[in-house]
Write a protein that binds this ligand. Structure first.
Ligand code: NAP
Ligand code: MG
Length: 496
């Protein structure tokens, strides 16, 4: 069946930069239209205007991507060549992203609504993530095992095969790199579905992949709905691994589908409701900016956000006074205005969810210290909002809001603070503000989470592993740990 090429669309970004946006599915190193011809509009969340119409794939397109990926994995040297060759491609890709850092940052802000400063940070992390993966390409090796003179035992690490990768809209380009970079470094091939709301940068990156020398079929980007493209990926019998980032509800259904079809290897990075604890001896001047980046960075749309703040009673009044002033000084608005700290909420659905949660909090009897309202009447902007006088069983304390809304509770002893923090089904991030090293280490060990930040928050480094426990999922991204999730270990035992 012949595939119809998809056009590039000339886009002028709000900062005046222009570029050619691919609008098609990227399969087998070509941009093509969806087999049923469908497209979906992409919205600028700061203005609610349509930016572009992007092809929306179907199950048939996933099947075609699987054919191409399967050919690349089985019939070419991609998986079996000297890994240094794959490393060279990934280093080249990192260089191309770095050359386009300003442009890709602007695309990210236009598509997602986050501020330009934040987008630059995200694209910088993409570069690091690609370079890390390139460096690890030939460093993930098996081991030899001594079992006495009668045998020789060793293990080898091999790629898994076709990896289906499904990502959300809050970090569109960073998540694309977190998924593709380790998969490729280990010799796998990828079919990635970006979120319907934010497909632009993944497609731009696809074009760079081709330029960097990624062979046809190794990276395939298939935008489309979760129901169509997402399900087709999780249920495909030839796909051997699914890596998903998104909500816990969808993650659970993916785990079931992936297991029931062909027992896919599965990693899940899901939601969170992380606790940020402030102890009596914390340095207030340093703590306040950490609380702000903990919950208001990316307008609160980070799975690891410190959305529950717990303050020890001795420092409570002083800290809350300083926190309130600082939050009221947060500038919210146009992502391209460099003086703004907080941009737009990514999409209408999420915008309405956040406003609904603010109403729920008020109905439950939580008090608002500051914020609580929409800003303006065009674009998805919400005031940074602090709830206090909350009860631990309120929905605003228990459920993930995924927006610029935080609850504050008081605790007396370390044990009580930790108990409140751990009373959650989630276990992604956690924060500790203290000047006492013993308190810091003791609390860090007691928190039931995948990551703990001490005297910092939402502070990522591509060398440090990230991933949740409990209902925040399983598996790690980044660090050397991620490569375990993109390889199989084969044991070889020889009788001498
Ligand atoms: P979501 O609804 O779970 O969607 C995430 C991705 O899954 C999107 O690409 C979505 O496609 C797709 N999808 C939806 N239903 C699917 C299905 N039945 N089968 C396969 N794929 C499906 O999450 P979201 O609303 O976009 O993002 C916000 C949530 O993600 C929050 O709960 C947040 O905590 C979580 N998150 C977690 C992390 C982490 O690292 N742990 C990071 C970021 C976000 P469509 O775009 O077409 O709907
Ligand atoms: Mg969704």
């Amino acid at each position: 069946m012949s595939r119809t090429p998809a056009p590039f669309q000339k886009i002028t970004l709000p900062n005046g930069m222009t570029y050619e946006q691919p609008t098609g599915l990227f399969i087998n190193n070509e941009f093509i239209q969806a087999s049923n011809g469908k497209t979906k509009p992409v919205i600028n969340p700061a203005t609610e205007e349509v930016i572009a119409n992007i092809s929306a794939g179907s199950a048939e397109d996933v099947e075609y991507a699987v054919q191409c990926a399967s050919h690349a994995f089985e019939d070419t040297e991609w998986a079996t060549q000297d890994p240094k060759k794959r490393a060279r491609v990934l280093f080249k890709l990192a260089d191309l992203v770095e050359e386009n850092l300003e442009l890709m940052s602007a695309i990210e802000s236009y598509d997602n609504g986050k501020t330009l400063a934040l987008s630059r940070g995200d694209v910088g992390l993409v570069v690091n993530c690609l370079r890390d993966a390139a460096s690890y390409a030939d460093k993930i090796n098996g081991r030899t095992i001594d079992s006495g003179d009668g045998y020789m035992n060793f293990t080898i690490k091999q790629p898994i095969g076709i990896c289906g990768q499904i990502i959300p809209w809050n970090f569109p380009i960073m998540m694309t790199s977190w998924k593709i970079a380790p998969a490729l470094a280990m010799g796998n091939v990828s079919i990635l579905k970006p979120a319907s709301a934010t497909p632009l940068n993944a497609l731009f990156l696809a074009n760079l992949c081709k330029k960097a020398g990624v062979p046809a079929g190794v990276v395939n980007i298939v935008p489309g709905s979760g129901r169509e493209v997402g399900n087709a990926i999780t249920q495909n019998p030839k796909i051997r691994k699914v890596a998903f980032t998104g909500s816990t509800v969808v993650g659970k259904s993916i785990a079931v589908d992936a297991a029931s079809t062909n027992l896919k290897n599965t990693t899940l990075e899901l939601g969170g409701k992380s606790a940020h604890l402030v102890f009596d001896d914390a340095d207030i001047a340093k703590t306040v900016p950490n609380l702000i980046s903990g919950i208001f960075m990316n307008a609160g749309q980070i799975c690891s956000c410190g959305s529950r703040i717990y303050v020890q009673e001795g420092i409570y009044d002083k800290l809350m006074a300083a926190f309130k002033i600082a939050v009221e000084n947060i500038k919210v608005g146009d992502p391209f205005d460099e003086s703004n700290y907080q941009g737009a909420i990514d999409n209408k659905e999420q915008f309405e969810t956040i406003l609904k949660y603010i109403e729920i909090g008020k109905e439950e009897g939580a008090k608002i210290l500051t914020g609580g309202k929409r800003i303006g009447n065009k674009g998805f902007f919400i005031e940074p909002t602090i709830f206090y006088d909350v009860k631990e069983d309120m929905r605003v304390v228990k459920e993930e809001i995924f927006g610029p809304v935080v609850t504050v509770s008081k605790f007396s002893t370390l044990e009580e603070g930790i108990k409140m923090a751990n009373a959650s089904e989630f276990g992604l991030g956690g924060g500790i503000e203290t000047t006492n090293v013993s308190t810091a280490i003791k609390a860090a060990k007691m928190l039931q989470t995948g990551t703990v930040w001490i005297n910092t928050y939402n502070d990522f480094d591509s060398r440090v592993p990230f991933g949740g426990v409990k209902q925040s999922g399983y598996g790690k991204e980044m660090g050397s740990e991620v490569y375990n999730y993109y390889t199989e270990t084969k044991a070889i035992r020889i009788k001498l």
